[in-house]
Ligand binder design. Structure first.
Ligand code: PMV
Length: 324
C-alpha cells in the first residue's frame, strides 16, 4: 500500500478559457490567465491498495459514483507512467460548495494528480502534473501553480505543450477575492457540455477564439506592470465576452442570476467611486470581486447587502498544489 495527501486551491480565470479544440484530449481552443486562491481548498488523499479490485471515491464524506469515471481515467494516466495497475481509494473534501462555479474541479484534479504522483513516487515536474491535471479538467492545469498563472494554448496535437506556467508569485502583487455566493446548488449545464454547445452553435465562437491572444497580451502586460485599472478592464471584458458567447448558443446558456447582475452593477459603482475592484463570473451565478486588499471592507459590505447573496467567502492569493 502507498498513499499520499495533497492540497490544492481553486483558481479564478481573469482571461477566460471557454471552448475545446480537442474534446478527447481536453485541449483548450484558447489560452487563459488566472489567479490561485488561498483560503478555499481541496484536500485529497490517494491510497493505492492491491486488495482493491476497483477505484473508489469519497467526495465530502459520501461515496460518489458520478465523478468516479473521470477520477479513474486521471489515475490511469499516472498508473501508466508508473507501470502499475493497482487500484486506489480516493478521498477528497472541499471547504466550499462543490460544482457551483467555484472551480472545485480545478482544485480537485490538481490535488488528485499531486497526491497520486507522490503516492506512486513518480516525482513528476510541475509542468507534467499540469498536463495530467488538464486532462481531468482544463482549469486544473492552472491550480498546479500559485499566484498569477498563464495556461498556454500549445500547438502540438498530443497536448504535450499545453500546460500552465506561473507569471507572478502571490506575494508580489497581493489581491483579495470576495465571492458573493448566490446559489449553493450544482450547476445545471457543466462546463464541458456548455463549451461544446457553444462551439457548435454560438455565432460568436470564431470571433472569441480569434480575439483571445490580444486579451492575453493585455492581461499579461497589466500583471507585469502591476497596472490594476488595466487588469480590471481586460478581465471584465473577457468575462462579459464569455457570457455573451455562451448566451448566444442554442439553447442559450445563462449562468447569471438576478443577484449576480446586481452585484456586477455594485462593483462598477464602487470602481467609479475610486475603489480598486473588478468582477469576474464563471459557469455559475457566483460573482467574484477582485480587489486591492485595502478595499476589501468596502467590497464586502456592498456585496453582503444584496438580496439573494447567501454567503460571502473571502480569499487572498495562494500557492500551487502540494503534498501535505
Ligand atoms: O476547467 P473547466 O472544464 O471546469 O472549465 C472552466 C471554465 C471557466 O471556469 C468558466 C473559465 C476558466 O477559465 O476557468
Amino acid at each position: 500500500m502507498s498513499s499520499a495527501t495533497a492540497i490544492a486551491h481553486p483558481n479564478i480565470a481573469l482571461v477566460k478559457y471557454w471552448g475545446k479544440r480537442d474534446a478527447a484530449l481536453n485541449l483548450p481552443a484558447v489560452g487563459s490567465i488566472s489567479i490561485t486562491l488561498d483560503t478555499l481548498a481541496t484536500t485529497t488523499s490517494v491510497q493505492f491498495d492491491s486488495d482493491l479490485d476497483r477505484d473508489t471515491l469519497s467526495l465530502d464524506g459520501q461515496s460518489s459514483e458520478t465523478s468516479l469515471g473521470r477520477v479513474s481515467a486521471c489515475l490511469d494516466l499516472l498508473r501508466a507512467r508508473a507501470g502499475v495497475d493497482t487500484r486506489a481509494a480516493v478521498s477528497t473534501s472541499n471547504n466550499f460548495p462543490t460544482g457551483a462555479g467555484l472551480a472545485s474541479s480545478a482544485s480537485g484534479f490538481a490535488a488528485l494528480v499531486t497526491a497520486a504522483d507522490a503516492a506512486l513516487s513518480l516525482d513528476l515536474p510541475p509542468q507534467t502534473r499540469s498536463i495530467l491535471a488538464r486532462q481531468g479538467s482544463g482549469s486544473a492545469a492552472r491550480s498546479i501553480f500559485g499566484g498569477y498563472v498563464e495556461m498556454h494554448l500549445g500547438k502540438a496535437s498530443d497536448g504535450s505543450d499545453c500546460f500552465a506556467e506561473p507569471l507572478l508569485d502571490a506575494p508580489d502583487w497581493p489581491m483579495t477575492v470576495t465571492v458573493a455566493v448566490v446559489s449553493k446548488t450544482s450547476k445545471k449545464v457543466g462546463s464541458t457540455e456548455g463549451m461544446e454547445l457553444t462551439r457548435h452553435t454560438s455565432p460568436y465562437y470564431d470571433a472569441w477564439v480569434a480575439g483571445q491572444s490580444a486579451d492575453l497580451d493585455e492581461a499579461r502586460s497589466a500583471i507585469e506592470a502591476r497596472d490594476f485599472d488595466k487588469l480590471a478592464e481586460i478581465s471584465e471584458h473577457s468575462c462579459l465576452k464569455m457570457h455573451a458567447l455562451a448566451a448566444a448558443a442554442r439553447p442559450g446558456l445563462v449562468y447569471l442570476q438576478g443577484p449576480t447582475l446586481e452585484a456586477m452593477h455594485r462593483v462598477r459603482a464602487l470602481r467609479a467611486s475610486g475603489c480598486g475592484v473588478f468582477f469576474t463570473i464563471d459557469a455559475g451565478p457566483q460573482l467574484k470581486a477582485i480587489s486591492l486588499p485595502e478595499h476589501r471592507g468596502q467590497v464586502t459590505s456592498a456585496l453582503a447587502d444584496i438580496d439573494g447573496v447567501v454567503e460571502i467567502l473571502q480569499s487572498g492569493l495562494g500557492e500551487g498544489a502540494r503534498v501535505v
